[in-house]
Design a protein around this ligand. Sequence first.
Ligand SMILES: [Zn+2]
Length: 308
Amino acid sequence: MTSTAFITHRDCHLHDMGSYHPEAPGRLAAIGDQLIAQGIDPYLVHHEAPLATFEQLGRVHPAAHLQNLKRKSPEHGIVHLDPDTAMCPHTWQAALRAAGAGIEAVDMVMRGEVENAFCSVRPPGHHAERETAMGFCFFNNVAVAVAHALAVHGLERVAVVDFDVHHGNGTEDIFRGDPRVLMTSIFQHPFFPYSGTEKPAENMLNVPLPAGADSEQFRAVVSELWLPRLREFRPQMVFFSAGFDAHQEDEMGNMRLTEKDFAWVTSEVRRVARETAGGRIVSMLEGGYSLSSLARSVTAHLRALADL
Ligand SMILES: [Zn+2]
């Protein structure tokens, strides 16, 4: 059995964009409950997320973006940044915890305290661009973690593997053209945020899939395109932008994956990480809105990360 950290914080439950909103606090509760119900919770190394600092966030977001968000943070009620993305009085703190979780995960994995780590946090991050909060995201959590691994731990090559049903436009915005970062992704196309297909940079392996894409199509992309490119790149650390909204039960998207596919891709990518990166993986929760399939999928992902 390997050791896997599970990093979260109660502040991440307090961010609430309104009772109608699918990116809801119940997502994290459903994940926690399912880990207990399946009996794997005791095998995880539980850790609380610290607050990310301005220095850590500033590696990928300009100070103006940080100050702008802080200024918009309401004392009461809800403030909409766009029709999908809103701040309540607890959002700022939750967003700092979500980004801080990734920093902590990188540090724990690099210190060798655990082989890999999963951050069960919200708000998610992969739509947040350098200067723009959007698509339920405020800070780009995975990008902040990647930048920390590069700047503080001196890594020279890291990979970001994004299997969320939506394109990770924010992560692409931040690392486009950066030879230290290889991003491999699938996403439903055409679909929000309608990006990722116009002449992607050399370090962006974007694979759009049509609505209705199933397990077979997904696994073919991973086997034939992602894994050879990852092996060629030889990452020293691998990050997952782990969104589970491509699940067939998730009504946010129209793909037809199951938790078995998420377990499979986790194992396949983990094999590469063991070949080139000493097994070092940091996984950040992104989407996944059907509570039942989200919780089962995260559990399957964790079983694959932890050999449980
Ligand atoms: Zn998504």
